[in-house]
Design a binder for this molecule. Structure first.
Ligand code: GUN
Length: 285
């Protein structure tokens, strides 16, 4: 039976580190870390995410600035707000919650955020830095996954690492971070042939494909580290991941649950990036 990786506990320890450093910054330098979160429209899931980000800011002692804009906000108006936040010294990090309404060009918004304040690491400059291994900000979910793997004590060097999913937010940067740690990395996706065979070769398997219970126990190598990035609903409407936990935990060495695995890590890493941004902007890193 696999050991369960406790994302809540690892996330709490990251947040505690960030809170301690934020308190030190305030005491020694009089600096208060600030994160601006922008949400456009009324998407209920986005609303929940944004509220959680605000709560996390409070918990680690950051200031949060929320901009909740109506659905009919124009691209020009949103760009003007981003420009204003780029110049505002009390704002160290800027996050525009995605998706934005369809009449707004998401790429134009991401490109407008100053790379120094891009705590999502979505700007092409930060994406490029990830490719060459010279990053200041790591994309939050893949960085959270790396912390979870680290928490198992399993060394990535030389291991067969398989990432299922090739999104810009998770799959691609995840592969780069594993490569940076000397993993031998394979990226799989919906067109991959022999997916089962490839998965069976994985010492470390990261699943971010967005399909409920897609990876089953018979696709997992005995003792593998299995990280489930999925947030899906099963046939009964219950929250589940991309991995069929019940069959997978019988084979894996370590496994993340859903909920309580990768999810809590994403916001913790966002807090860490925002602290890094504040330190860099003030010449402290
Ligand atoms: N929407 C879903 N996940 C994310 C995220 O990590 N960052 C932003 N900005 N929007 C999201």
């Amino acid at each position: 039976m696999a050991q369960i990786i406790d994302g809540k506990a690892v996330s709490a320890s990251v947040k505690a580190e960030v809170a301690a450093q934020a308190a030190q910054l305030k005491e020694e330098k009089g600096l208060e870390v600030g994160l601006a979160v922008v949400i456009v429209g009324n998407d209920p899931a986005s609303r929940v995410y944004v509220n959680n980000k605000k709560k996390a800011c409070e918990a680690v002692g950051f200031k949060s600035f929320e901009y909740a804009l109506p659905e009919e906000t124009t691209q020009e108006e949103l760009l003007a707000l981003v420009e204003k936040l780029n110049k505002d010294k009390s704002v160290n990090g800027i996050l525009v919650q995605l998706p934005v309404p369809r009449h707004i060009d998401e790429k134009a918004i991401i490109n407008a955020i100053s790379p120094d304040k891009d705590v999502d690491a979505f700007h092409p400059v930060n994406v490029g830095k990830i490719m060459i291994g010279e990053y200041s900000f790591l994309p939050c979910t893949p960085a959270g996954v790396m912390r979870l793997i680290e928490s198992t004590g399993v060394d990535i060097t030389g291991k067969q690492c398989v990432v299922i999913g090739r999104s810009n937010i998770v799959g691609k940067p995840q592969a780069m971070l594993l490569l940076q740690k000397n993993g031998t990395v394979t990226i799989c996706h919906s067109k991959t042939k022999n997916l089962k065979e490839i998965c069976l070769g994985a010492d470390i398997l990261v699943v971010a494909i967005g399909r409920a219970k897609f990876v089953t126990g018979d696709m997992i190598k005995e003792g593998a580290v299995v990280i489930d990035v999925g947030m899906d609903r099963d046939e009964n409407g219950k929250l589940c991941g991309d991995v069929d936990f019940e069959s997978a935990e019988k084979v894996a060495g370590y496994i993340t649950p859903v909920p309580g695995g990768v999810g809590p890590m994403t916001i913790a890493m966002l807090m860490k990036n925002t602290l890094t941004a504040a330190m860099q902007q003030n010449g402290l890193m």
